[in-house]
Write a protein that binds this ligand. Structure first.
Ligand code: KIV
Ligand code: NA
Length: 270
């Protein structure tokens, strides 16, 4: 089949209603992309790879080189989902021109169809600049992890009137500027529901609301493969435990010489 397109995704929301919610997960590697792709509309090469793959303390140190390398791997491992790559901190905030240079490099080097960048009203001119020049943009408002040093942590946003209003106006600004999709992260449920009902592009929730036009999670979180699990993560499996016990069995068999068996060894042909 043909890969999901930007108009195809936008077209899933008609008259403010999304009949079939959009399924999105993060992917950082070729093999994981292959496994997720048949089930997903969108694969996000998230800058969460900073913590999940590289053991960094936040997404702040993530580089364009990292995003390009993992983005290319995910595009190679997928054929159905639309692949979007996160713009890392420091690669786009300086000016629309800086953002265009960084985003066009990401598209050329990875073959992805879209980029995602964090921010609201302040980033709206940049979203417009990219969108009008052939770079489809996914917005990201609410809890924006690249701003952790300014926000002071990863707690839910929109807990007071002023903050809720700011998140709503951020989402509207990014929508008006031409974002084809908006991720709303870590906000009170009614704030997310309000945004999904108010803006034209599909709203993808994470720690948001079931009334959003779609949902995204960090794959390693939902598979139980990563130790950090915020409230909004539902664990669909416990792969860390399963991998631990498989490796424990292997280690025991190596130590008592019961692996390899004749099935895994070569002998002269008869
Ligand atoms: O980096 C990431 O994984 C993300 C999603 C959680 C939306 O931005
Ligand atoms: Na991200």
């Amino acid at each position: 089949g043909k890969r999901m397109t930007v108009p195809g995704l936008k077209g899933r929301k008609v008259d403010g209603r999304t009949e079939q919610p959009i399924v999105m997960l993060t992917a950082y590697t070729m093999r994981m992309a292959q496994l997720l792709d048949p089930h997903c509309d969108l694969l996000l090469v998230g800058d969460s790879l900073g913590q999940v793959i590289y053991g960094l303390p936040s997404t702040v140190p993530v580089t364009l080189d990292m995003m390009c390398a993992h983005g290319a791997a995910v595009v190679r491992g997928s054929w159905h989902a639309l692949v979007a790559v996160d713009m890392p901190f420091g690669s786009y905030e300086g000016s629309p021109e800086q953002a265009f240079a960084s985003a066009s490099r990401v598209m050329k080097e990875t073959g992805c169809a879209a980029v995602k960048l964090e921010g609201g009203e302040a980033m709206a001119p940049t979203v417009r600049f990219l969108s009008e020049r052939g770079i489809p943009v996914i917005g990201h408002v609410g809890l924006t992890p690249q701003a952790v040093n300014a926000l002071g942590g990863y707690g839910a946003r929109g807990r007071n009137q002023a903050e809720a209003a700011k998140i709503k106006s951020d989402a509207s600004a990014v929508a008006q500027a031409g974002a084809f999709c908006i991720v709303v992260e870590g906000v009170l449920e009614d704030v997310a529901t309000g945004i999904a009902g108010a803006v034209e592009p599909p709203v993808i929730g994470i720690g948001a609301s079931a009334e959003c036009d779609g949902q995204v999670l960090v794959t390693e979180d939902m598979l139980g493969l990563f130790e950090r699990t915020p409230r909004f993560v539902k664990r669909y499996d416990d792969l860390a435990t399963r991998i631990g016990s498989a490796v424990e069995t292997y280690a025991g068999e190596v130590r008592n010489r019961s692996f390899p068996t004749p099935d895994q060894t070569y002998r002269p042909k008869a």
